[in-house]
Design a protein around this ligand. Structure first.
Ligand code: GLP
Length: 251
């Protein structure tokens, strides 16, 4: 049974980026010290470019914002060019006025992964919780690195990546060869993500159509981790026409 998820369909990926950046801009203008959650992957790149433009041209400020990122590859340090810390610096943080010390990306080289994950959760709580968390979605329905089977109440932890996720991240956009992709990652749990007050999930292109349909209209099940957002009180999927192609119901 379809849940509460609102789906906004935009004509194309640029429309998705503008809409998503607009949601962030509205939050930051009403709450300049907002706590935001961020995602990596190809999908949010245009949204980050649009946020950088809003900062440059329309004085959108992130100077008081704190941010938390969903995940990080286990074994990569932040200087590695495929680390999510590097991705965030390159695509967003270096282009806006967010203070580096207010950006939190899990440390993929932490001496003790369990302590690193616990500290991440504690830091979110100390910040007052996440106001708005941006998400992408894997072709298999994963959110962050919560692969199918991840429990609804999972917390930040060390996880294994599935072969399909390893393949999806080594198709030339990121890693060149599957052998280079770390087999594990630190990932915010589904329970962690569900505690954010607002969720915005982005998807573009035909490879995401089945996952979007399963997440928005399929059963509430760990088989499709994104479907576990169906009972969230404020969750919106912002998708392009191609990613919306599998939806049966108007939203
Ligand atoms: C990775 C990330 C996810 C992201 C997914 C989809 O697995 N851990 O957070 O949503 O990729 O990425 P893309 O937007 O590149 O398709």
């Amino acid at each position: 049974m379809p849940g509460n998820i609102k789906v906004t369909v935009c004509p194309d990926a640029q429309g998705v980026a503008r809409k998503a950046a607009g949601v962030f801009a509205a939050l930051l203008r009403s709450k300049p010290a907002a706590v935001i959650g961020l995602a990596t992957g190809s999908t949010p790149e245009q949204t980050y470019a649009e946020l950088a433009r809003l900062h440059r041209e329309e004085k959108l400020s992130l100077a008081k914002v704190s941010s938390f990122n969903l995940d990080e590859y286990w074994g990569l340090d932040g200087d590695h060019d495929q680390s999510y810390r590097h991705f965030m610096n390159t695509h967003l943080f270096n282009h806006v006025d967010i203070r580096p010390w207010n950006t939190c990306v899990l440390n993929g080289k932490a001496a003790n992964p369990a302590l690193e994950c616990q500290a991440f959760e504690t830091k979110i709580l100390a910040a007052g919780g996440v106001d708005l968390w941006l998400l992408g979605i894997g072709g298999n329905g994963h959110i962050a690195f919560n692969e199918p089977g991840s429990p609804v109440d999972s917390r930040t932890r060390l996880v294994s990546l599935t072969p399909s996720t390893i393949a999806a991240n080594s198709d030339g956009r990121f890693f060149k060869d599957p052998a280079e992709v770390p087999r594990c990652a630190l990932s915010a749990g589904i329970g962690t993500i569900r505690e954010a007050r607002q969720l915005v999930l982005l998807a573009t292109g035909p490879k995401k159509a089945a996952a979007i349909a399963a997440a928005a209209e399929g059963s509430f099940s760990p088989d499709c981790p994104a479907s576990l957002l169906q009972d969230h009180p404020d969750c919106t999927f912002i998708v392009d026409r191609e990613a919306a192609a599998g939806l049966k119901h108007p939203h």
